[in-house]
Design a protein around this ligand. Sequence first.
Ligand code: ADP
Ligand code: ADP
Length: 239
Amino acid sequence: AWSIRLDGASVTYPNGTTALKDVSLTIAPGEMVSIVGLSGSGKSTLIRTINGLVPVTAGTVEVGPHTVSSLSGRALRSLRGDVGMIFQAFNLAERVDVYRNTLVGRFARSHPLRTLLGIPSPEDRRIALAALDAVGMLEKVWTRAGSLSGGQKQRVAIARALSQEPHVMLADEPVASLDPPTAHAVMNELVTLNAERGLTVLVNLHLMDLARDYTTRMIGLRAGEIVYDGPAASATDAD
Ligand code: ADP
Ligand code: ADP
């Protein structure tokens, strides 16, 4: 697993909004960390700087051996292959079956222009099916993603990310659109990946309860600045 390091990272969007202000933090390999804050506090921006989806306008971002903030083009695409990402809205291809959606995680690196149509190698197939098995979705392998429940979609999105064999897993509000029991099940899935594979996990959450229950370290953001960084279990709403 990889570490994550931000040093004096700031993001100002082209329209002048400063979403992140001088953020410095270090996450060790294998940590399970939440970022908590109100809507608009910069959680999504922070997570997107780590896979280079949002460029920092000052400071540096490092992931494992790479300085993300100085990569571009092919090197940046290759880095994204090493960083798994899941989203609030799942971002699956709804008309396509679970198997093809999962293979996208493998093809993102090897055939970037053929993510839904590439021909899987035996190894691609083995890894995609193992990822579906790990999240309990193997029996839905031929189901169209669009006909799954929200919780099932997020499990497939996790399998897609796992089939990249990532060194880090980023999750941007992964349970915000799920009902509470389903949200707990998906959080448990992330805890298992962290515990069993030693994967570094960084997850944005707007509910502090989930952060306390499922992560060990919490980073609180307010208006783009870190206002808390410590044990999740002892964080209070005042932080
Ligand atoms: P969230 O609060 O869950 O991150 P938003 O509704 O704020 O979601 O953002 C949805 C999308 O719109 C994101 O891709 C975000 O980067 C983009 N976005 C948010 N605010 C702005 C803005 N002021 N101008 C342009 N794009 C924005
Ligand atoms: P959160 O994930 O905590 O809701 P975001 O990182 O989405 O926070 O947003 C932080 C701030 O940056 C907000 O003011 C939001 O409107 C703004 N923002 C987000 N994305 C964009 C964008 N693409 N362009 C301009 N402003 C944006």
